[in-house]
Design a protein around this ligand. Structure first.
Ligand code: 13P
Length: 260
């Protein structure tokens, strides 16, 4: 059975001290469950200290970015190669990177390949902007983002990639996309994956939802959309909210059963 994956993307928030305090609180408040994997994505600056503070059996680590060349004269960059063994996952192609840092489809593709080459699991973000949605282009945008990003991978490598659907227009609004609409896009993503790699692999591949995830929305989304977890922004900075998301997910998974 696939484990549920819940990833906290801290974005450009929390200095070293604040990050350390949040980790301390998360250790106190997040319960460990065999069927839920919890991953933290702090800033590059705080990855190293946090890697020494967290119990790696309870929390995985992700970077929010890295550069696709392994080493060399690229002032200001950190490579996936440098993150080997430090992180388990790397968020790649987040809409904020596509938008503010001009990451093209090809840059995202090269970053996905670099992560895989260095033994890091990509969390590949895809999603439409508000104008794209209004123009009825959601399916095309997601198709282009997904197929380009996976283009240089073998089917076996692609199987390991986590896809995170983040409707850009719903990020940071407090108002997630409606479960019915999330479901349509998740089905579309699995349809694309099944065309590329067959139905079995498409069914097994982990697909997350992200954008305004909070504890009160978790059950509905989990029950009704076919997602395998969440990529959480704002709510992951608040230990009560983030713990609430894990608790709600656990409760939804185990509704009607009496095992823990
Ligand atoms: P919010 O949860 O703050 O909407 O952010 C979502 C996101 O971008 C996670 O990567």
């Amino acid at each position: 059975m696939k484990k549920l994956l819940i990833v906290g993307n801290w974005k450009m928030n929390l200095n070293t001290q604040e990050a350390s305090l949040l980790v301390h609180r998360l250790h106190q408040h997040i319960k460990t469950h065999r069927d839920i994997e919890v991953v933290l994505a702090p800033s590059l600056l705080t990855l190293q200290p946090i890697s020494m503070e967290i119990d790696r059996r309870r929390f995985g680590l992700a970077s929010q970015n890295a550069y696709f060349v392994d080493e060399g004269a690229y002032t200001g960059e950190v490579s996936f190669n440098m993150l080997r063994e430090l992180v388990d996952y790397s968020i790649i192609g987040h809409s904020e990177r596509r938008r503010y840092f001009q990451e093209t489809l090809e840059v995202v593709r090269d970053k996905v390949a670099a992560a895989v080459r260095n033994g890091i699991t990509p969390i590949l973000c895809v999603g439409e902007t508000s104008p794209e949605r209004a123009a009825g282009e959601t399916q095309r945008v997601i198709h282009d983002q997904l197929t380009t990003a996976l283009h240089n991978l073998t089917p076996e490598e692609a199987a390991n990639v986590v896809v995170a659907y983040e409707p850009v227009w719903a990020i940071g609004t407090g108002d997630p996309e409606k479960p019915d609409d999330i479901k349509k896009v998740i089905s579309w993503i699995r349809h694309i994956l099944s065309e590329l790699y067959g139905e079995t692999q498409a069914g097994e591949q982990r697909v997350l939802y992200g954008a305004s995830v909070a504890p009160e929305f978790v059950r509905d989304i989990l029950k009704n959309t076919g997602v395998d977890g969440f990529l959480v922004g704002g709510a992951s900075l608040n230990y009560q909210q983030f713990a609430g998301i894990v608790d709600s997910a656990y409760a939804a998974l185990h509704e009607g059963s009496d095992h823990d």
